[in-house]
Design a protein around this ligand. Structure first.
Ligand code: ARG
Length: 382
């Protein structure tokens, strides 16, 4: 095997055909139960079983794939935004496996998802793993990410979460961005049988929102911003014994993701100390609750700015109510909903939202979006 060939990670042995068949049977039973117009599963299961015996895997129909992706969202135990799972736009791009093709489809995904600011939940499904033939991958963990450049003093300019990816991009020859705290990273795409390559995202595909505060004119002068569309691309879709390692998906943001985590966490942009001082708060003691007060103002700024820019964003109070509506609706349909309390409860004012005050069934059902081993770098990363 040559260095440029895409090797599967050591722990990703191809699943045994019996295991694939069992998972396929379970998935088809669910699909036919929830889609009575597709008839009973018997014939399709026989077809799939034969294909698995022949090839070790099978090919979902377009409708099965559409269903699998929607239900994987419905089953995402960490996602509070699942009420609209049926409205997911599923883009079937299983035939695309070249780096050029993947990069172009990722750009198209961002354009469709951004939709001029009226963000649309979308998923693009690229080629699945096949026995002996692992799927193409993208190294980024989201389609849009800001670079993190190490400074000589050990701190990071930009987003520390992307320091490693930034180094990998530089290693592949990316010249680096202009050197702001918000330089958009290129996509690093590892197409089938190719070397990994970087692709700059066109500005027109990356809608961003400059942040300002409704009551504090100085806030806008800080030059803070965030992007419109959170498009996760590091997770895989596991559906009926088939693994799709490259399935970029997005919803819209909930304000706290940006205002209480990305810009506030001490290992991210760590903005609270600076904001608190500008707000005139006493930062000499935790007991002044300067962090809490700065957090609230930062979150006010995020929601206000997205609204002003006409970019879809939800707040944690609204989304908590919607999530409980989702639970009730699913239960009426006879389906159990798994949820991870520690992810569902928002990182700001948790107990002021109704999702705090109860327990959840924690089971992760399938189909599912799952974490997977990072894309093999085949010696192309530092
Ligand atoms: N929390 C991640 C971020 O801040 C995004 C995860 C997905 N979020 C979503 N609203 N669909 O970038």
């Amino acid at each position: 095997m040559t260095a440029g060939e895409h090797r599967p990670p050591a722990d990703a042995a191809d699943p045994a055909p019996e295991a694939v068949r069992a998972l396929a049977a379970e998935f088809l039973a669910l699909y036919h139960r929830e889609n009575p117009d597709a008839g009973p599963p018997g014939r399709r299961l026989a077809e799939v079983t034969a294909e698995i015996s022949r090839t070790g895997t099978y090919t979902h129909t377009a409708r099965e794939l559409d269903f699998a992706a929607k239900v994987a969202w419905r089953n995402s135990v960490r996602c509070i935004g699942r009420l609209y799972w049926r409205s997911l736009t599923v883009r079937d791009r299983r035939g695309v496996d070249s780096a050029d093709g993947i990069a172009a489809e990722c750009v198209r995904h961002l354009e469709l998802a951004t939709n001029g600011g009226r963000v649309r939940p979308c998923v693009t499904v690229f080629a699945p793993d096949r026995p002996g033939r692992p799927a193409p991958r993208v190294w980024n963990d989201q389609l849009v990410r800001y670079a993190g450049y190490p400074r000589p003093d050990g701190t990071v300019l930009g987003d520390p979460v992307s320091a490693e990816l930034t180094a990998a991009a530089r290693h592949l020859g990316w010249p680096g961005g202009p050197g702001t705290p918000f330089d958009v990273l290129p996509l690093i795409v590892h197409g089938r049988g190719e070397k990994p390559r970087w692709f700059e995202l066109p500005d027109s595909a990356v809608l961003q929102v400059p942040l300002e505060h409704p009551d504090h004119p100085w806030f806008a002068r800080l030059g803070l911003r965030w992007y419109a569309v959170p498009a996760v691309c590091a997770m895989c879709l596991a559906a009926g014994g088939v693994r799709y390692p490259l399935v970029p998906f997005n919803g819209w943001y909930m304000g706290t993701e940006i205002g209480a985590r990305n810009l506030a966490d001490t290992d991210r942009y760590d903005l609270l100390p600076d904001l608190a001082r500008r707000l005139g708060l006493d930062t000499s003691s935790d007991r002044s609750l300067w962090k809490d007060r700065a957090l609230v103002e930062l979150n006010v700024a995020v929601l206000h700015s997205y609204d002003k820019a006409g970019v879809t964003i939800t707040d944690h109070h609204t989304e908590s109510r919607r999530f409980l509506a989702h639970l009730a609706r699913e239960e009426r349909a006879g389906r159990a909903v798994g949820a991870d309390w520690s992810w569902i409860v928002p990182p700001l004012s948790g107990a002021a939202t109704p999702v705090f005050h109860r327990y959840y069934d924690t089971e992760q059902r399938h189909p599912a979006f799952l974490y997977q081993p990072p894309a093999p770098t085949d010696g192309f990363a530092p």
